[in-house]
Write a protein that binds this ligand. Structure first.
Ligand SMILES: [Zn+2]
Length: 86
């Protein structure tokens, strides 16, 4: 009987952003639109400030290369980021 278990190399380290590159592009676009429908679905964390934001946050947008995306605030906090207060 064939095994359906995923190959070990498909697993990702726990501290990596869990969204794929395609999803990150989509997430970034949502941030640029300040799209409320993406709140709760993706978190953008700014490496230079240590702060994370939801897509609808009114704060000025950081440079794309400084942003990492997470799928939850818990993941962002676990990675050492603090919540944005805006
Ligand atoms: Zn913010």
């Amino acid at each position: 009987m064939a095994s359906l278990a995923p190959a070990p190399e498909q697993r990702r380290p726990a501290d990596m952003a869990t969204v794929t590159r395609l999803d990150a592009d989509t997430a970034w676009a949502a941030f640029m639109r300040r799209d409320r429908s993406w709140d709760g679905r993706v978190i953008g964390a700014v490496k230079t400030t240590g702060i994370y934001c939801k897509p609808s946050c009114p704060a000025r947008r950081p440079k794309r290369e400084h942003v990492v995306f997470y799928s939850s605030t818990k993941e962002a906090r676990d990675a050492g980021f603090r919540p944005c207060l805006r």
